[in-house]
Write a protein that binds this ligand. Structure first.
Ligand code: FES
Length: 186
């Protein structure tokens, strides 16, 4: 075997290694890039948030707060019951609602509604919220997170697929982190 054969084989192997490593780096980088650009895509309306039904308006009497459940839109067949989420629906009057994430704004424990005192209470560290979701007392630094909602064909729809996270609330709404958007490779 001549020296030039050895060199060309070495060069070939080196190039193959570079290509392989570049391919692996690209594959590993796709989720990171997706994570970084998804808020931008969402804010520009490139990625649509699905509207999920919480059922008929009849289930939510005026002046009452009821528990509702929905299935996260980013569900996979193997997710089972873990893809089910709960939220609190407050019907203020015939056409005004508030839909609260069930998670406490402190560390995320599920809050409970107590109709007698008209308060949401968190069993973990004693966080308390008024019926409009604003903070009453305890460790949470803010009120409950809220979902966008709309009424269509007699159904209450929310823009779900998001999990609450601490942050600065947007205009009239809470800061939410998306968990359900369909990414290009998903
Ligand atoms: S998680 Fe609710 S008060 Fe801490």
């Amino acid at each position: 075997m001549s020296q030039s054969d050895t060199l060309s084989r070495r060069t070939l192997l080196m190039r193959m290694g570079i290509i392989l490593n570049a391919g692996i780096a690209a594959l590993l980088g796709i989720p990171v890039v997706g994570y970084l650009i998804s808020p931008l895509a969402r804010s520009r309306g490139i990625v649509d948030q699905p509207w999920l039904s919480l059922g008929s308006l009849d289930q939510y009497p005026s002046g009452q707060t009821r528990l509702a459940t929905f299935r996260n839109p980013g569900v996979q067949p193997w997710d089972g019951k873990t893809a089910d989420s709960a939220c609190w629906v407050r019907r203020i009057d015939s056409h005004s609602f508030q839909v609260f994430a069930i998670n406490c704004a402190h560390l995320g424990c599920p809050v409970r509604w107590f109709p007698q005192s008209r308060l949401f209470m968190c069993p973990c560290h004693g966080g308390v919220y008024y019926e409009d979701g604003s903070r009453a007392s305890g460790p949470p630094e803010r009120g409950l997170f809220q979902y966008d909602y709309k009424v269509k064909d007699g159904q209450l729809l929310i823009q779900a697929g998001e999990l609450p996270t601490p942050g600065t609330p947007g205009p009239g709404q809470s800061t939410l982190v998306n968990i359900g958007e369909k990414l290009p490779w998903g």
